[in-house]
Ligand binder design. Structure first.
Ligand SMILES: *Cc1c(COP(=O)(O)O)cnc(C)c1O
Length: 332
């Protein structure tokens, strides 16, 4: 099967910002865009994106999950990167229009339609290293995706990195390309050296997140995760899982977690660690690698709480449980 995110629908929604205003959005071919080689994004990384999903319900209807949250975060990323201000109503309409266009192609669960809004600075001006792009391009790509765990789910190995960091701390809450490039070398090194799946960046001995997912810990009836600050990405899956945990009567603790506390708790039976993000939803962490040593989390396998929380979230997304928080927008 094709790798996640490598198949695209042939058209996308697109709008341009020029002369201080947004164009009408259009539906255009998605196989190429035309860009001046001096475009601001190619030199100074004026770029951000989003990742959200549309789901097909049993009655055939199509629903986008928490679109308002992703639109809000996209507007915030654009603002923090000094890109032109996003028109949130326009972006919401662009997402709705392109998903409606391909409503018949939205896969059935556990598949979905992955939606990738993107915003880039297009002004041809290599002299603008310290100035924003006056023009930009915003588009919404669609990629139908199958079961993320088609190859079989397994608990992940996470290297605890107490010296490096994922990206510059003031960039952490911006969903921007450069941050992923920045996390790549340490992640590839951890793979080669420790067969790690991901790096959990823990600058100064406190956990933040991995290259593209948030980190959560479950200990008995308590779910623990880092409190929001500008240093890391505020995941929509993170906030959804915390809400579901609350609905299930769990105690939600958003606070700082040290590596020391993490390793101490990992030894306790029944403790679970997990990663959250739109693509994989919720994945169990079975092993921490710390100072060259493997430390199992509980029994080192996929945990029952990760499965339960993921199922509860999927049930809402798939229309099998009531959408009590109004997270779904019906498109078709
Ligand atoms: C996208 C992303 C997440 C997860 O966010 P969701 O909204 O849950 O998909 C977490 N961390 C990083 C760095 C991300 O880019």
């Amino acid at each position: 099967m094709a790798a996640f995110g490598s198949v695209f629908m042939p058209k996308m929604a697109l709008a341009t910002f020029e002369n201080n205003q947004w164009s009408e959005s259009q539906i255009v071919a998605s196989d190429s865009i035309s860009l001046h080689p001096g475009a601001h994004v190619l030199h100074y990384s004026s770029t951000c994106f989003e990742g959200l999903k549309a789901f097909r319900h049993e009655d055939g209807s199509v629903h986008v999950f928490r679109m308002d949250q992703n639109v809000e975060r996209f507007a915030q990323s654009s603002k923090l990167l000094s890109l032109p201000e996003v028109n949130k109503e326009q972006l919401t309409q662009m997402i709705s229009d392109i998903v409606a266009e391909y409503a018949a192609d939205v896969p059935t669960p556990p598949g979905s339609m992955y939606i990738r809004p993107t915003h880039i600075g297009t002004e041809a001006a290599v002299g603008k290293a310290a100035a924003p792009s006056d023009s930009s391009l915003m588009y919404v790509l669609l990629s139908p995706v199958g079961d993320y765990f088609a190859g079989g789910a397994r608990a992940l190995r996470l290297l605890l990195d107490e010296t490096g960091q994922r990206c510059a701390p003031h960039m952490g809450m911006i969903k921007s390309g450069g941050n992923y490039a920045s996390a790549l070398a340490p992640t590839l090194e951890a793979k080669a050296q420790y067969q790690a799946d991901q790096v959990l960046f823990c600058p100064n001995g406190y956990i933040t997140e991995t290259g593209a997912a948030n980190f959560l810990l479950v200990d008995g009836n308590e779910i623990i995760t880092k409190a929001l600050d500008s240093s890391f990405l505020h995941g929509v899956t993170r906030s959804s899982i915390l809400q579901i945990a609350k609905d299930l009567g769990m105690t939600v603790s958003e606070r700082e977690v040290s590596v020391e506390e993490l390793l101490e708790r990992a030894k306790k039976p029944g403790v679970e660690a997990m990663l959250s993000g739109t693509a994989a939803v919720l994945t169990s962490v079975g092993t921490f690698i710390h100072n060259g040593e493997d430390i199992k989390v509980g029994d080192g396998e996929i945990g029952p709480m990760a499965q339960k929380l993921r199922q509860a979230l999927n049930d809402i997304q798939w229309g099998k449980a009531p959408d009590t928080h109004g997270w779904l927008t019906k498109i078709a």
